[in-house]
Design a protein around this ligand. Structure first.
Ligand SMILES: [Fe+2]
Ligand SMILES: [Fe+2]
Length: 190
């Protein structure tokens, strides 16, 4: 089975936003396992920061001007997070998942469920970003719901990362180093 490429990309394969995709702070390591772990840690940290920002917003402790500033930061951070997720998920779906499934057809169901988690996480992130374009009153009214989705995203990403690291490690550790290098080069072309 070839998984749906970039299952969370907008129609036309473009980012959901009009700006060009930014590139994640990529590790300089030449070891594929390290690179993947570095990118996973980076995405987890992004969503931890976003979670902290939303906690500040809903705490009610910010004055009006500061709240406005923090809302803008949250909106920028969500936009960046979505662009970085699209890039990372695209690399996984185009390169890793295809390669892993070629070697281990028995993992097809696990790979399919990782790909559908990508879609769900992109949907949730887009939803959160849309909320921040609502009026300030609407944001205040939906504060509990927004907080719930932010927490859900952190949990989803945490669980996804754990499952994916386990699957990648088990396959990559058994791959000869020269094949890992080729795979890394292929990933960096995306
Ligand atoms: Fe990943
Ligand atoms: Fe993934």
């Amino acid at each position: 089975m070839r998984v749906a490429v970039a299952s969370c990309a907008a129609p036309g394969g473009q980012s959901a936003f009009s700006t060009p995709p930014s590139f994640m702070a990529e590790s300089n390591s030449s070891d594929l396992i390290e690179v993947v772990h570095h990118e996973h840690d980076h995405l987890l940290k992004l969503f931890e920061d976003i979670g902290d920002t939303f906690e500040k917003i809903s705490s009610g402790e910010l004055d009006k001007a500061r709240r406005e500033e923090v809302l803008e930061t949250a909106s920028d951070d969500l936009k960046l997070a979505l662009e970085e997720m699209l890039h990372h998920f695209n690399q996984e779906e185009e390169v890793f998942f295809v390669e892993i499934e070629k070697r281990r057809p028995d993992l097809a169901d696990d790979i399919a469920s990782l790909a559908s988690a990508h879609e769900l996480m992109c949907d949730r992130t887009r939803w959160l970003h849309r909320q921040l374009n609502q009026s300030r009153d609407t944001i205040a009214d939906r504060s509990d719901e927004i907080q719930k989705v932010v927490k859900q995203m952190r949990n989803l990403l945490g669980q996804h990362t754990t499952n994916e690291n386990r699957l990648f490690d088990s396959v990559l550790e058994n791959m000869p180093p020269e094949e890992r290098e080729l795979l890394l080069a292929e990933m960096r072309r995306i």
